[in-house]
Ligand binder design. Structure first.
Ligand code: ADP
Ligand code: 2DT
Ligand code: MG
Length: 215
């Protein structure tokens, strides 16, 4: 086994609707943490590079792909499960993972379809590494429309995103490891908040065991 740091890294997730700034902020957060001498790595879900990720990519791009709502839900979850060993070994070696979308995207995007109930959507996520901190970037749909527009992927439309925003809010309620951030501020304003809160969490959890997610 490889020798690694006695302090573990934190598992930090960034969630939010389309164009709330997740990808921009995740990248800047990793850079800032590394600058501050905290090893950090960016991860993104879906991880489109793996076998399940390629199926998911086809699905999101509306390619000829016959996956039903249940099957794609489980593939998104499998796409996280196949990364668990990698995630745990990085965290246990002291690397903070900053993750662009995680189980909450999985639950929210599937549950709003009203095909499977919320509880069904949560089940495959049980047992995954539990985030120490979840940032929910909030933005009004009007503000979101001022940013560069929807692409051609599935789910990129206003009514779907509005339902997802409501679902995120209900997933967030009374969870102490969630922090809502007003994402309408400038990129730098939002970034400063994320860095401050992340550094506190990294210090808080460095000697605590990584938990598992249970809904
Ligand atoms: P997401 O990953 O949540 O979809 P992105 O980080 O890709 O969002 O940002 C979407 C677009 O909005 C990009 O063009 C980005 O440059 C811009 N953007 C991100 N954050 C802000 C901000 N705070 N203010 C204005 N524009 C922003
Ligand atoms: P972006 O690459 O723009 O983030 O879009 N999604 C994501 C799900 O439906 N389930 C999931 O488990 C995850 C992680 C959200 C990715 C799209 O995939 C959706 C938008
Ligand atoms: Mg993004």
């Amino acid at each position: 086994t490889t020798m690694c740091s006695n302090k573990r890294g934190a598992l930090i997730v960034v969630e939010g609707v389309d164009r709330s700034g997740k990808s921009t902020q995740c990248k800047k957060l990793v850079e800032a943490l590394e600058q501050a001498n905290f090893p950090a790595k960016l991860m993104t879900f879906p991880d489109r590079t793996t076998l399940t990720g390629k199926l998911i990519d086809d699905y999101l791009k509306n390619k000829d792909c016959k996956l039903n709502d249940q099957a794609i839900h489980l593939l998104f979850s499998a796409n996280r499960w196949e990364n668990v060993e990698k995630m745990k070994s990085l965290i246990n070696c002291g690397v903070t993972l900053v993750i662009d979308r995680y189980s909450y995207s999985g639950i929210a995007f599937s549950a709003v379809k009203k095909v499977m109930n919320l509880d069904w959507c949560k089940q495959p996520e049980n047992g995954l590494p539990k985030p120490d901190l979840v940032f929910l970037l909030t933005i009004s749909l009007e503000e979101m429309l001022t940013r560069p527009g929807f692409g051609n992927e599935r789910y990129e439309n206003m009514s779907f995103q509005n339902n997802v925003a409501n679902m995120y809010n209900s997933l967030c309620s009374d969870k102490d490891n969630w922090v809502k951030i007003n994402a309408a501020g400038s990129i730098e304003e939002v970034h400063k908040k994320l860095v401050d809160i992340s550094l506190n969490t990294i210090r808080e959890v460095e000697s605590l065991p990584l938990k598992s997610l249970y809904f």
